[in-house]
Design a protein around this ligand. Structure first.
Ligand code: ADP
Ligand code: MG
Length: 153
């Protein structure tokens, strides 16, 4: 599924609907160049989980931000990491835990992530427009994607 957003608020709103639909155990991988809106999307997910979106930091200075909401949100940003094996990064407990894991620069994970996931790719489409593509694998994540519907996009 592919949608277009024309404002940061619209991208955040998509994230919020995803966050609202999360039940625990979700893995959301974000792929896209700098400034395409990955962190913006994470802020929305935070809001959907009842977390103050402003607590989600934009600069990629931290590897893992943990936020407590209706469910725990693990915001992982791999921007500053080389391609290292996922086990070495001790990320498994976050990626495959009972909270919601959202990973920026998901494509930098060296080993293929075998678990079911929702992969979201953001791309520039001129000005403030972004093309946002979704690919879900597994029942849980397909249901998560379905929760978006098409309204408001
Ligand atoms: P990333 O995490 O991918 O590097 P950020 O979310 O930190 O990107 O920043 C995205 C930037 O692009 C913000 O400054 C935001 O205001 C701007 N922007 C403009 N249009 C959009 C849009 N449609 N969706 C998301 N962000 C947008
Ligand atoms: Mg970012």
């Amino acid at each position: 599924m592919t949608i277009r957003t024309t404002t940061p608020e619209a991208t955040e709103s998509v994230g919020q609907r995803l966050g609202s639909a999360c039940r625990g155990g979700e893995l959301i991988g974000l792929v896209g160049d700098l400034g395409t809106g990955k962190t913006c999307m994470v802020r929305g997910v935070a809001a959907g989980l009842g977390i103050d979106p402003s607590r989600v930091s934009s600069p990629s200075f931290t590897l893992i931000g943990e936020h407590r909401g209706r469910l725990s949100l693990f915001h992982i940003d791999l921007y500053r990491l080389d391609n290292r094996p996922i086990d070495e990064l001790w990320l498994r407990e976050y990626l495959f835990g009972s909270g919601v894991a959202v990973v920026e620069w998901f494509d930098r994970l060296h080993e293929p992530v075998s678990k079911e996931q929702l992969r979201i790719t953001l791309a520039y489409a001129g000005g403030d427009e972004r093309i946002v593509s979704f690919a879900a694998s597994g029942t849980r994540h397909r249901a998560l994607l379905a929760s978006l519907g098409t309204a408001g996009c």
